[in-house]
Design a protein around this ligand. Structure first.
Ligand SMILES: C[S@@+](CC[C@H](N)C(=O)[O-])C[C@H]1O[C@@H](n2cnc3c(N)ncnc32)[C@H](O)[C@@H]1O
Length: 289
């Protein structure tokens, strides 16, 4: 009986306007023409992610042994890249070591010229925020990613959504649950492990912990300040040709496994140059007309 009641309630919830009001109230983004929502092109987003993920992969080469054993052609590709990288490192600070292993934050700095991390917000009572901790971020740069489980319109998110301020609504109604605690956390881990193919992880779980493998995966902690917004959200559908060995750095997973669907990512793009020490602010209620 309880199960029937719950199912009935969920069905009504999916249909009723209350749900629309609930999500729109918190995350309104009215964008009549989706093309106008893009600050930079999808190709630029793809190239930036690829550049960083390749650098993280090379830096973490020893841990990648099971993947490389299965894909010898990938092994030779990355060995070449690694040799180039090692030569560059020797010129810099690693002359006494056969190989430098950097932290993911250092890889981010060496690759894109900045680091970002979570800290107490400069806004009173806004909890945690995200700051540029080192370097400089030019206008039109991917500065962060919104991690989480990706739900299509019809998929059940009722229990995960209760009291959850981390649900992001995309233009087409797709929802991303970036909560790293409670039920949301369990759902993400479960979906992530479900999709793992032998040694190939299809997504990154480390954003649920304090030790991030992908240092950009902190976008869910960016606070709202519409007057001072220096970043905006941009949707990016991960293409089918995204290198399988680099999917382990994607902090998004689809709720329902479907061979056809590619995960949706939401990246945060800078609206102006941002200097070291500045907090990132977005506009939760974007209206582009
Ligand atoms: C997606 S979370 C952002 C991370 C959040 N600051 C935290 O510590 O978990 C959204 C929540 O952050 C808080 N928040 C965001 N912007 C704020 C602001 N300008 N002033 C006060 N609280 C804010 C609100 O509690 C909101 O529900």
């Amino acid at each position: 009986l309880l199960l029937r009641l719950c199912t009935g309630f969920l069905r009504s919830w999916e249909k009723c306007n209350l749900k629309k009001f609930f999500f729109l109230y918190r995350t309104l983004r009215y964008v009549p023409e989706s093309s106008k929502d893009k600050i930079i092109s999808d190709e630029d987003v793809f190239e930036t992610l690829l550049k960083l993920f390749k650098a993280l992969f090379i830096n973490d080469f020893n841990r990648q042994a099971p993947i490389l054993a299965l894909l010898p052609e990938i092994r030779s590709k990355y060995l070449e890249l690694q040799t180039v990288e090692q030569k560059r490192s020797k010129v810099n600070s690693c002359s006494h070591q056969s190989r430098c292993v950097f932290s993911p934050e250092e890889v981010l700095f060496n690759t894109l010229g900045f680091t970002v991390s979570r800290d107490r917000s400069s806004l009173v009572s806004a909890g945690t925020g995200v700051f540029v901790t080192k370097g400089f971020v030019p206008k039109g740069m991917v500065v962060s990613i919104y991690p989480g489980t990706v739900y299509r319109k019809h998929e059940p998110i009722f229990f995960q959504s209760l009291g959850n301020p981390f649900i992001f609504r995309c233009i087409d109604g797709v929802l991303i649950d970036g909560n790293d605690k409670g039920l949301s956390r369990s759902v993400y881990r479960s979906c992530s492990r479900r999709d793992q193919l032998g040694p190939f992880q299809m997504s990154d779980e480390s954003w649920l912990t304090a030790t991030l493998q992908n240092p950009l995966a902190v976008g869910q902690y960016v606070n709202n300040c519409s007057r001072a917004a220096n970043v905006c959200y941009q949707e990016f559908d991960v293409p089918g040709y995204f290198p399988v060995e680099l999917k382990q750095y994607l902090p998004n997973i689809v709720y329902s496994h479907d061979l056809e669907s590619h995960p949706r990512c939401v990246v945060l793009v800078t609206l102006r140059d941002i200097k070291q020490g500045e907090e990132l602010f977005s506009n939760y209620y974007t209206v582009v007309s």
